[in-house]
Design a protein around this ligand. Structure first.
Ligand SMILES: C[S@@+](CC[C@H](N)C(=O)[O-])C[C@H]1O[C@@H](n2cnc3c(N)ncnc32)[C@H](O)[C@@H]1O
Length: 398
């Protein structure tokens, strides 16, 4: 077992793509391990970012390209069981990991040594999924670029946001079912920039067979989106007017997207996703007000007595609770930066990939302690009470 601080370092530098190079050395014990050293570097493959693990045996080397999603697990397992030293280089710092025979972990943070590689990594991040200069019909129709592919100056932030979203989608492609048409629902799709982007990326570019449904309360916006889908010939993209909590049209959905759906509309979408057993959930919460009215804790008075701090803390605590509950219901959940802070404070994306391992009593106790400390009664817990262990069933309200 390796300590939490090392796990979170590994998860952070693999999910935010900041890991530039890694070396693992000093075998824990020589017997039974065919290799003596492992090198790691990021590689951009057609189906998304991977990490290339090079396993050295004498003068031989065996390479394995592991999807970014699973790289953290491989790294954790190699440092947890096989090696006692690691050097993990990012643009911000080099992290030297030392694990003693008694499993004591020391992480030394040193100035970065991989500047040239850092620039490469920077460039890779800047290589957008949709490039400026390549006209894309839906971007032209939505007024983001002109007919020759030039992005309008005022729409550059939107263009970056669409690309960031598609990078996230690219990363989860291996987690979606293969060999059959996909069903995807975008809850609270609004003007649907990202829904069209998703359709273009998966159906037009990746040539995946799929159906995408966009759902929103606003009839006029939905009518407009439906007309645009027709105009673009996106015949497997449909738009419906409706409330997320009351949407019961489909039996199986592979991916649920919910971006900036207000307050507990996000929770309603997460509940639907979990009940469908969706393989992937991408959610950017917004206006997390529910906990603001619930949080009550004397010890936290210095923070909670300031409205602005209480509001921000409530939003972060809401997302922490959502992530923990998704973990408890069989998802591997990560919180990632969606777009830069200077463009919007609504910048956390919850990415949850079904992993099958839920229902841990220890995790539940950890969650319940946090919830009780805050005095919170979260919507998602109440809505999914029958899917959760512990005392959740007692708190079920509807
Ligand atoms: C801020 S917009 C985001 C639109 C789009 N997803 C995006 O990120 O650009 C939020 C949308 O969620 C919709 N919405 C909020 N609550 C909803 C609910 N309960 N059911 C369906 N749509 C909802 C609103 O009508 C609005 O269009």
């Amino acid at each position: 077992m390796i300590v939490e601080s090392l796990i979170s370092l590994i998860e952070r530098i693999t999910t935010d793509r900041s890991l530039i190079a890694g070396t693992l050395s000093q075998l824990r014990k020589k017997e039974g391990v065919p290799y003596t050293k492992v090198g790691i570097k990021p590689v951009q493959l057609k189906n998304g970012l991977h990490y290339q693990f090079a396993y050295y045996t004498g003068s031989q080397v065996e390479h394995r390209n592991i999807p970014a999603e699973s790289a953290a697990k491989e790294l954790e397992s190699l440092l947890g069981e096989t090696f006692r030293q690691g050097l993990l280089c990012t643009a911000e710092a080099d992290y030297q990991v030392l694990i003693s025979k008694k499993q004591k972990v020391t992480i030394l943070t040193k100035p970065p040594t991989k500047k040239a590689a850092a620039d490469l990594s920077h460039n890779r991040r800047k290589r957008y999924v949709l490039e400026e200069g390549e006209p894309v019909p839906f971007l032209i129709e939505l007024g983001i670029m002109n007919d020759s592919g030039k992005v309008h100056a005022k729409k550059y932030d939107k263009f970056r946001q669409i690309n960031r979203f598609l990078e996230m989608v690219e990363d989860v492609l291996p987690s979606l079912p293969a060999g059959r048409p996909l069903t995807i629902v975008d809850f609270g799709c609004g003007k649907s920039y990202l829904t069209f982007a998703l359709y273009h990326y998966l159906a037009v570019r990746e040539k995946r067979e799929l159906n995408i449904v966009g759902l929103d309360l606003k009839a006029d916006v939905i009518a407009h989106c439906g007309a645009l889908a027709d105009k673009l010939g996106y015949d497997k993209l449909s738009f419906l007017v409706g409330d997320i909590a009351e949407y019961n049209e489909l039996d199986r959905v592979d991916m649920v997207v919910t971006l900036h759906a207000c307050d507990t509309a996000t929770d309603a979408a997460l509940e639907k996703a979990v009940r469908w057993g969706a393989s992937v959930i991408l959610s950017v919460p917004c206006c997390q007000h529910e906990l603001f009215a619930q949080i009550d804790n004397e010890i936290m008075e210095p923070l909670l007595s300031h409205g602005i701090l209480k509001e921000r803390f409530s939003a972060l605590a809401t997302d922490a609770i959502r992530a923990k509950l998704l973990d408890l219901m069989g998802y591997r959940t990560q919180l990632l930066e969606f777009i830069d802070m200077e463009h919007t404070p609504k910048n956390i994306l919850i990415r949850a990939v079904q992993s099958g391992g839920g229902d841990s009593r220890a995790k539940w106790r950890e969650y319940a302690a946090f919830r009780d400390f805050l005095g919170a009664k979260p919507y998602l817990e109440r809505a999914c009470a029958d899917l959760l262990p512990g005392d959740a069933a007692e708190s079920k309200i509807h």
